[in-house]
Each structure stands twice: as structure tokens, then as C-alpha cells.
Design a protein around this ligand. Sequence first.
Ligand code: AMP
Ligand code: GLY
Length: 422
Amino acid sequence: MNILIIGNGAREHTLAWKISQSTKTDKLFVAPGNAGTSALAQNLPISAEDVPALTKAAQENKIDLVMVGPEVPLTKGIVDALTEIGIPTFGPQKGAAQIEGSKVFAKELMFKYGIPCARSATFTSFEEALNYVKQQPIPMVIKADGLAAGKGVIIATSQEQAIQALSDIMQKKAFGEAGDKVLVEECLVGREASLLAFTDGKTLSPMVPACDYKRALDGDQGLNTGGMGCYSPSEFFTPELREQVMGTVMKPTIEAMAKEGYPFKGILYAGLMMTADGPKVLEFNARFGDPETQVILPLLKTDIVDIMQAVIDDNLSQINIEWSDDACVGVVLAADEYPESYQKGFPISGLSDVDEDALVFHAGTDSDTNGQVITSGGRVLTVVGKGQDYSSAREKVYQNISRINFEGCRYRTDIAIIKSQS
Ligand code: AMP
Ligand code: GLY
């Protein structure tokens, strides 16, 4: 089969690595990809958000199966467009992708169907939001309704900060029309984890739960980022807890989506907070997570192309998806000032010095005219190690990281320090 992956992050490099291992894969394409994917696939220089150009390229390259990485093409209807021209595509259609594309949609669904989540109120008027915020205890959470590249959530620890966030989102339009509506939410307290599940709209098959690290600096200090590291499985996500979340969150959500006329196929990703009242949903995503994918897929034993096809063909119940019992740790190497403005174009050294069993997934990388791999983004690489326990996986990652370098390279040193083990 000719397979196309859409996207250019470390998530898509991981998908390319996994899909290239399938005996079903003849030719692999990534649009637009990065220097890492170019070693496994043919990169197509097309933006992941340009639905018409992607559709045309899929036809021209006789693509048999498409995997969509990021959320923007999903909410723009890439699955609908490709399916319409007969190209099987893994992911939810535009209507179902609203579960990620509109936080108000997701919240209304959860309230209507009794899916546990934070209390919240929705506003389209700045004045009304302001009045409400003035009466709420702090901390409180202000969220833009639409997609904001992970920056549309503000945990306000003072009234002034909450009002500033409202003004930025609703008046200054910091995230454009994503801020036409806002949610003001109760702030939940607890440990956070992500549970992702494959689904064909009826059957759900959970993946290994993962924990990611959103803050830029050690000790969860500094700004929020797209993710600085991740580990899997999450040590507190017991099999019992997973069953509970499947029963109270994942299954009811899939059933609710079908009842609302938006059957959901692809990956349902629940960001969860384990509160004193049990697990509650922070957000839903309609795709693989980044950096979760980098630590989840190395544990998948089943052929991912078989899973993609089973989801598309509505027969996920027919396959048995197997996972390794190992621990997997991923650490992101980022540019100096990331997530603020940063420089790029620095040569990356040491990529060929890593151990054979360590994995290096590229995100913001490119090749210069001499074929030298250079930095081209804020998050540059995710280095991943597997082991029988967290400490051996951690050790593998940090040992290998010490061999890689580029100017301004920065990473967290505290990823996957599990309290019971260290
Ligand atoms: P989201 O994009 O909705 O997942 O939000 C990003 C991050 O903000 C989450 O991973 C949480 O760390 C935090 N967050 C979102 N909603 C809440 C909430 N209601 N209470 C506490 N933290 C939250
Ligand atoms: N790790 C968060 C996300 O993929 O949205």
C-alpha cells in the first residue's frame, strides 16, 4: 500500500517509524515531514493545513491509506474530503473533530451526557464574562473555545490575571475567532494523565496511559509549552482506574457522539485530572498526542496499519491489540528560548552516535544544502528510551542525549522521576 502521513512533528516521525515497519507498507509519504521522516519516507512539500493541495497530492501519488497527525486538518475536513474521493483516511470527520475544535461543544456534550468534568460557564459577551469572573474564586481557568495551538488555556491565580486573559481572548482577539466564545472553569486539582483509545465508533481499544510535562523548566517551572517530555505507562493509572475511565468517560463519549449525529472514528484522547471526586475530563483531543505518541507507539506490538484499516472498516472488535509491559521515556530537546521566540538553522551533531536501541524522533529539523541536519523549530527532537522500569528507560534517554548537541540546546532533566522509584 502507498501510505500518506500528514504533519511534521515528532509525532509524525514516530508514526512514520511505526508504519514503515508494517509489511503492508510499500511506499510511505509524509506531508510536509521533517529531516527525520525524509530518511523513512518521501516528504511532500505541502502544508498540513492545505486540504485541497493534500487531496490532490493523495490522488497523484495513488495513496491507499492516510493517517492525519494534527488537529487543524481534521477540523478543516480533510477526512471528509479524502473519503469523498475514495481514499481511506484514519481520523474523525469534521463534525466529530469538533470535540477538540470547540471546547464549548465538548463541554455541552459532557454536561448533557453526565461525563465528569469541571463546572464551567460559557460567554460570548466580554461584559457578561467579566461580571461572572469577578464573582468566582481563584484560581479559575479561562479557555478560548477554538483551537489555539495549546495556548488558549490560562490558569488565573488572581482576578487581574483572569480579567487580562478575558480581555486578551475576547477583546484583543489573541487567538482570532477561536476567542469568540470563552469558558470560565472551576480549577481542578490532582494528578494529570492522558488516555488515548483507538475507536471505530463502536469498539474502543485503550492505549497505554501516559503523563506529559507541559512546563518549559525543571520542577514544572517556566512557561507552558507543547510538551517537554513524557513517559508511559503512567504509574498511578492502575488497570482498575483505566476501566473506570473507559466506563465513565470514553464509552459514554463515543455513544454520545453517535447519538448527536457525529459518529467518532480514529483516536479519542482524554486529558484527565484525577481529582478527589474521581477522574474528570480536562479536554478531549481527536488525534494522537504529542509527545505522548513518542512514548506510546514504541510499546505497541500489533501492526499499526492493521489497526488503521480495522478502524476505517468498522471492525476494530476483530483485532487483538497488544502492548509491551516495558516503560518508555521521552525527553524533548528544544531551542534555547522556546516557547518564546528562538533562533534556528544550527547544525545538530551526534545523531549518528546514539545507541541502536534508542530512538530519536525529529520535530523542528531540516537538511541544509550539504545534507547536514539543522534546527528549524522550537521543539527540535524527542529522544526516547525503553526499559524494564522507568529508571533504566530514563538512563538510556539521558545517556544518549549527552551525545547530541546544537547551539542553545535545552531540555528538562527531571522527566520520569517516579517518586516511588527514586
Ligand atoms: P487543555 O488544553 O484544555 O488540556 O488545557 C491545558 C492544560 O491546562 C491541561 O493539561 C491542564 O494542565 C490545565 N487545565 C485545563 N483545564 C483545567 C481545569 N479545569 N483545572 C485545572 N487545570 C486545567
Ligand atoms: N500532549 C498534548 C497534546 O497533544 O495536545
